[in-house]
Design a protein around this ligand. Structure first.
Ligand code: J2J
Length: 544
């Protein structure tokens, strides 16, 4: 039987969040149709050849909802959605919401290993893919997922559903049959969607977000980021990411009745013409992309003057780069320090320049409890570095079905251990100083060192491996694998090719492989992998 997906706050907290008006009766199930009623003729989505008004999008979502239910899916079922930045993303996702189904958001870069893991962990009944994207055919991968995950019954393909007749259903073949649609609303405390954790240890974890908590963060983000019906949001990053989805991102844009422009690529060559053509007012980028835009803007013939707000987040944006945004791009920088588990911090649009350039913002909600503590779990004074812990009205209390991760990631009193090291300044502004967990933040993509080490150790010639992050001028961080081999050393390129054969996202393939004879004998006794990684990182930096 499928495990129910839930996210539970203790009753006293839930009551307070409701009382204070953070949690309302609003749900994603009716969000789009109510927007269509309010601004039906306004353009909602611009993507490729498509230009859909709110009315058109709502109609497509109704058809999608009926199509999903006609397959035999039932409200509460989970559906893994793996789509790039195309207009159909919204027809699919709002169709799922309308039908009471729960999307699990995978990135286009994920491959068989990851998708099978998400489908399995979520007990998903269906997978939605695009036929091809950036040279990759998702259909054979989907077949392989179906073979591995027995509960996954349906594969829905946006585009050409292909030869594998019978297995794949074309999204285009869905027909409207509103008789199938449930007419009772869902409970706002129910789980609306599942995000994927960047993962600090082992495999990615599932993050169940409820209607009430996610919508609160979106409404509050809209107010902080100035998203209104007049806004035009450019979706530059892959929209399945929590940042472009909800801070305030595409869901914020829909909530406001604004227009979303889907950028198939985040590069200046693709994004700048879209900004000019559509009059884009706000977008969100990771730091490496922001640097690329800063480099390209002075040489560009495109008029970028409509851009009012450039959000940068996902990884630390260095103050030197941050200071260039206003003079060189002519817009306001907003730093965003968030996490798919919940807590999001923003610099406010009218903050003084030094706050905007030198901090990663402050929390959304007056009821976000932010604690900065030392190794013993005691609060450190403002201005001193400590571990960031948080709980609040839109921060989860547990991952789905993962007792081990829950024991590690949450304190007894329900604080989420973010793994980030921060300094808190007066006014609650946070400066990210580093992190306590072993992941690599590669241009905003979080990679678990442990997950990659496990893959490397499966190689027949690799005796042991330790993966560390090293600073990188462009990516912020890149990954470096130290490996000890049995016998003759293979070429680094061979190991990379072998890793690609493990069917994992390309961003997880180590950028650099260094062969070593041992991991050193400086420590007495058993060296923890964490210390080992720290030591190797130090050695690598010293050698550079
Ligand atoms: C330093 N580190 C940052 C920042 C995230 C909005 C924005 C980002 C995310 C996100 C998100 C950082 N400076 N400005 O979900 O809604 C690192 C921290 C954090 C981890 C979370 C959102 N912004 N980070 O990046 O779940 O280490 O969410 O704990 O992918 O990214 O990663 P993720």
């Amino acid at each position: 039987m499928t495990a129910a997906i839930a996210q539970i706050w203790p009753p006293a907290f839930a009551a307070r969040y409701r009382e204070k008006g953070y949690w309302t009766d609003e749900t994603f199930r009716t969000l789009l149709s109510s927007r269509a009623q309010a601004c039906g003729d306004a353009v909602a989505i611009v993507g490729g050849e498509h230009r859909w008004t709110y009315n058109e999008l709502a109609a497509r979502a109704e058809t999608a909802a009926a199509g999903f239910l006609a397959l035999g899916l039932r409200p509460g079922d989970r559906v893994v959605v793996q789509l790039p930045n195309i207009a159909e993303f919204f027809a699919v996702v709002f169709g799922l919401f309308r039908a009471g189904l729960i999307p699990v958001f995978a990135l286009p870069a994920h491959r068989l290993t990851e998708i099978a893991h998400f489908a399995d962990r979520a007990d998903a009944a269906a997978l939605v893919i695009v036929d091809r994207h950036e040279g990759f055919d998702y259909r054979p991968m989907a077949d392989a997922v179906r073979e591995k995950v027995t509960g996954l019954r349906h594969v829905v393909v946006v585009g050409d559903s292909g030869e594998g007749a019978g297995h794949h259903v074309g999204f285009g073949s869905f027909t409207a049959n509103t008789g199938l649609l449930p007419d009772t609303d869902v409970n706002p405390s129910d789980v609306a969607l599942i995000q994927i954790s960047g993962g600090s240890t082992g495999l990615s974890k599932l993050i169940p977000r409820t209607h009430a908590d996610y919508l609160y963060s979106i409404r509050a983000s809209n107010a902080i980021c100035g998203m209104t019906r007049a806004s035009v949001y450019l979706a530059s990053l892959p929209v399945a990411h929590n940042f472009p989805m909800s801070s305030p991102g595409v869901f914020g844009a829909i909530h406001a009745g604004a227009r979303i422009v889907m950028a198939p690529q985040p590069t200046p060559a693709v994004a700048f013409p879209l900004i000019e053509r559509e009059g884009v007012t706000i977008t969100g980028l990771v730091p490496p992309l922001a640097l690329l835009w800063l480099q390209a803007a002075p040489k560009s013939a495109h008029d970028l003057s409509s851009l009012q707000v450039m959000q940068v987040g996902g990884a630390k944006f260095m103050p030197e780069a941050a200071r260039r945004v206003r003079p060189e791009l002519g817009c306001t920088l907003q730093q965003v320090f968030g996490m798919a588990e919940g807590l999001v911090n923003y610099t406010r649009l009218d903050d003084p320049d030094d706050i905007i350039t030198d901090t990663q913002g402050r929390a959304i909600s007056p009821d976000d409890e932010v604690r900065v503590v030392n190794d013993a779990g005691e609060p450190v004074p403002d201005g001193e570095v400590g571990y960031l812990l948080t709980r609040g009205p839109y921060t989860i209390r547990a991952y789905h079905n993962d007792p081990g991760a829950n024991a590690r990631s949450f304190t007894d009193d329900g604080f989420y251990r973010t793994g980030d090291m921060v300094r808190r300044l007066p006014g609650g502004y946070l400066v990210v100083q580093g992190r306590a967990t072993d992941h690599i933040n590669r241009a905003g993509e979080k990679i678990s060192a442990e997950e990659i080490e496990d893959h490397l150790q499966a190689h027949p010639r690799i005796f042991d491996a330790a993966v560390v992050s090293v600073p990188d001028v462009f990516l912020g961080e890149r990954s470096c694998a130290f490996v000890i081999v049995d016998g003759e050393r293979p070429k680094a390129a061979e190991i990379k090719a072998w890793m690609r054969g493990r069917d994992i996202a390309a961003f997880k393939i180590p950028d650099q492989i260094v062969f070593v004879d041992g991991f050193g004998t400086t420590a007495v006794g058993k060296v923890s992998r964490k210390e080992l990684r720290a030591m190797l990182r130090g050695e690598l930096l010293a050698a550079e």
